[in-house]
Design a protein around this ligand. Structure first.
Ligand code: RP5
Length: 164
């Protein structure tokens, strides 16, 4: 059972990524999964990234959600330094609408996996749902919260469309 110690780390390359990554945080809150949030940049704070990734497992984290935009090295570099599952969220960039972020994150060479999600909010929400599924393997309360999330989603779908 969760005792409040963070089980999931949400990291992002910049404060500007929070607008996207806050959706991962909100989803984990809904599931009752304890998490922490940090700004960790692969190029601006490389020592912080090294310290974070290499200490993550020892501090009790079960998985990491890493969001970044543009030349998005963060998820891959993080995955290279931790045995934990890393889920990458491509943040939508101004110049290329997040295609740069997506391709930077998804094209890892065989051997260092990053589970890559969709660009933007959908990716952030789904990264949190996958992280929740990882935690739910050993946490009945989180498993029940995941079931409830899906049921709520199902119940919200109308049988017939209406004019907006
Ligand atoms: C990346 O550069 C960040 O992940 C962010 O998406 C992007 C732009 O960062 P800022 O210039 O807004 O700080 O490292």
């Amino acid at each position: 059972m969760a005792d409040g110690t963070p089980l999931v780390g949400i990291i992002m390359g910049s404060q500007s990524d929070w607008e996207t990554m806050k959706h991962a945080a909100e989803t984990l809150t809904t599931l009752g999964v304890p998490f922490e949030t940090r700004i960790v940049s692969a190029h601006r704070t490389p020592q912080r990234l090294y310290d974070y990734a290499t200490s993550a497992r020892g501090r009790g984290l079960h998985c990491i959600i890493a969001g970044a935009g543009g030349a998005a090295h963060l998820p891959g570099m993080c995955a290279s330094m931790t045995p934990l599952p890393v889920f990458g969220v491509p943040v939508e960039s101004k110049a290329l609408k997040g295609m740069d972020s997506l391709l930077s994150i998804v094209q890892m060479p065989a051997g260092v996996p990053v589970g890559t999600l969709a660009i933007g909010r959908a990716g952030a929400v789904n990264a949190a749902l996958i992280a929740g599924s990882v935690i739910a393997l050993h946490d009945d309360a989180v498993a029940a919260a995941l079931d409830a999330f899906r049921q709520t989603q199902t119940d919200a779908v109308a049988d017939e469309p209406v004019d907006a």
